[in-house]
Design a protein around this ligand. Structure first.
Ligand code: CA
Length: 460
C-alpha cells in the first residue's frame, strides 16, 4: 500500500469515527435535554402531588368555566387549572398579540401551528417554575388565574368536524374474530395490510361526565326470522385513545408517513360505547351504524404530543412488511398505561389494565392511510385507535372480550356480577405515562348509562 492510499484510508477512518461521535453526542444531547427539562422544571411553586397526572411536564389543554363565566381555555396543573385567557390578556403568553384562549374550543390555538404549541408550552413551564418570580410573586394575578379543578365545569375541548374510528389492536381484532369465525379465520386478509377503520359520527362526541341514554333499535336473535324493536341488552364500552388532528391537509394532497406525526396535536381517552346486539344485526355489509352513534365520550384534557414525546417507544413488529407508503422508520408507539373501572352504587371495580404500546398500527400509519386517497383531514378531527387489548385476560378492552360474549361474567367488588352495562352503572377510564418520577396523565373519562327512551308506539 503506498503512502497516498494509506492517507486516504486513514482519513476515511477518521471521517467514520467523527460521524459516529457526532451521532453519539447528538443522542446524548437528546437524552440530556429531557432530563435537563426535568431538573429545570421539577418543582413548580404550585405544590403538586407526586402521583398527580398533571405535573409541570404535562400541561394538557382543556376548556372550562366557573360559575356564570363563559368557557375558556386552561391547562391542568396539580389540582388547579391555569386560566390561559387571563394570562394571555395580561400579555404573558406568546399568543398575547393574537389572542386564541378566550374561546370555547381549542381549535383556534391548534390552528396556530407546531411552533406556537412549542413556544406556549416552554413559556408556561417557565412561568410555573419555582425559581421564576414573574407569576409566583404576582399575588393578585395568581389569585385570578388559578382555579380549583373541583370548582370548574369541563366542556368538550375541541370542535370535532369529523370522527373516524380504527380497529388497530391485533389482540382485539383476533379475540372478536375468534368468537365469531374461529381462531383460524379470526383476522380478515386485509387486516394486516392496512389500518381498518370507518367514518364515525362527530355530533355525538361528548365530554367526560355526560350521561348517555341507553340506545334502542332493531335486534334479531339467531332463532327468529325477523328483528324486534327493543332497548339494547348488550351495552358495552370500548377502551380507546383518540388523537386530534393539528393541521389541515388539502383535498387531493395525502400526508406522507414521514410527515404524519407533525400533523397530530395531542391525545385523549376515548370510550367508544357500543350496542353489541344492534351492531350484530346492522353491520353487514357497510359496517357499524346506530350501534355506535349514541355517544362517544372523551376526556376533558388533551395531552399534547410534546408532553408524550419522552414516552415514545418501539412500534410493534409488523408482518407482513406494510406496503411502502405505510413503512415508518421512526419509533412511533407510546408507553401509556390504561385502565377501566365499573362504578356501581358508588363503588369502583377495576376490570381491565392494558397499555397503548401493544397497538399494531400506529397513529402515523392511520393518518397516512386516511389521507392516501386524497381525503382532507381538518383541525380538530378525532381519530379513535380502536379497542386496545393486550395478550392477558385482564388486558381486554371491552366487555365482549372480558366476558367472552356472555360466557364468563365479571364479578364486582360488591359481589354483583355483570355481562354487560346496566342502567345506573358508570364506566371510568384512566391513563398515564410514567418515567422515573415524571408522570404525564390523562385524568379520566367517565360516563353513566341512563334508562332507555320510552317509545309509545300505540299513540301513532
Ligand atoms: Ca371502536
Amino acid at each position: 500500500m503506498n503512502a497516498a492510499v494509506k492517507t486516504v484510508c486513514l482519513m476515511g477512518g477518521y471521517f467514520l469515527l467523527f460521524n459516529a461521535l457526532v451521532k453519539i453526542f447528538a443522542a446524548a444531547a437528546k437524552v440530556r435535554n429531557f432530563w435537563e427539562e426535568v431538573m429545570d422544571t421539577n418543582q413548580s411553586f404550585i405544590s403538586i402531588a407526586s402521583d398527580s397526572d398533571f405535573s409541570i411536564h404535562n400541561l394538557p389543554y382543556g376548556i372550562f368555566s366557573i360559575a356564570d363565566s363563559s368557557p375558556r381555555a386552561g391547562v391542568a396543573i396539580g389540582e388547579y387549572i391555569l386560566d390561559l385567557s387571563l394570562l394571555e390578556q395580561a400579555g404573558l403568553l406568546p399568543t398575547s398579540d393574537t389572542p386564541v384562549f378566550n374561546q370555547d374550543t381549542l381549535n383556534p390555538f391548534i390552528a396556530l401551528g407546531k411552533d406556537q404549541w412549542q413556544q406556549t408550552r416552554a413559556r408556561l413551564q417557565t412561568l410555573l417554575a419555582k425559581d421564576n418570580a414573574e407569576l409566583r410573586d404576582n399575588q393578585s394575578l395568581l389569585e385570578k388565574v388559578l382555579v380549583k379543578q373541583q370548582e370548574a365545569r369541563m366542556h368538550l375541548p375541541i370542535h370535532v368536524p369529523s370522527y373516524t374510528d380504527f380497529y388497530s389492536s391485533r389482540e382485539h381484532a383476533f379475540n372478536v374474530g375468534s368468537m365469531f369465525r374461529g381462531p383460524e379465520n379470526a383476522l380478515m386478509p386485509n387486516w394486516s395490510e392496512l389500518p381498518v377503520g370507518y367514518n364515525g359520527r362527530a355530533s355525538s362526541v361528548v365530554v367526560s361526565g355526560t350521561n348517555l341514554v341507553r340506545p334502542s333499535g332493531q335486534i334479531k336473535s339467531a332463532d327468529s326470522n325477523r328483528p324486534v324493536f327493543s332497548a339494547c341488552k348488550k351495552l358495552d364500552f370500548e377502551l380507546e385513545t383518540g388523537f386530534i388532528i393539528g393541521a389541515n391537509n388539502a383535498l387531493g394532497e395525502p400526508v406522507s408517513i414521514e410527515n404524519a406525526h407533525e400533523n397530530i396535536f395531542g391525545m385523549v381517552l376515548l370510550n367508544d360505547w357500543s350496542a353489541r346486539d344492534i351492531q350484530q344485526w346492522e353491520y353487514v355489509p357497510l359496517g357499524p351504524f346506530n350501534a355506535k352513534t349514541f355517544g362517544s365520550s372523551i376526556s376533558p384534557w388533551v395531552v399534547t404530543m410534546l408532553a408524550l414525546e419522552p414516552f415514545r417507544c418501539a412500534s410493534t413488529k409488523q408482518d407482513p412488511l406494510p406496503l411502502p407508503y405505510l413503512r415508518e422508520s421512526r419509533e412511533s408507539n407510546y408507553d401509556i398505561n390504561l385502565s377501566v373501572a365499573f362504578e356501581v352504587e358508588g363503588e369502583e371495580t377495576v376490570i381491565c389494565n392494558t397499555n397503548f404500546k401493544y397497538m399494531y398500527w400506529t397513529m402515523a400509519q392511520q393518518l397516512t392511510h386516511h389521507t392516501v386517497s386524497g381525503c382532507n383531514l381538518q383541525i380538530g378531527d378525532l381519530m379513535g385507535s380502536g379497542t386496545i387489548s393486550g395478550k392477558d385476560k385482564d388486558s381486554r378492552g371491552s366487555l365482549l372480550e372480558l366476558t367472552w360474549n356472555m360466557t364468563e361474567p365479571i364479578t364486582l367488588n360488591n359481589g354483583q356480577t355483570r355481562y354487560f352495562i346496566e342502567n345506573g352503572d358508570a364506566i371510568i377510564m384512566r391513563g398515564y405515562a410514567q418515567k422515573g418520577e415524571v408522570r404525564v396523565g390523562f385524568g379520566e373519562v367517565r360516563g353513566e348509562i341512563l334508562p332507555e327512551h320510552n317509545f309509545n308506539f300505540e299513540a301513532n
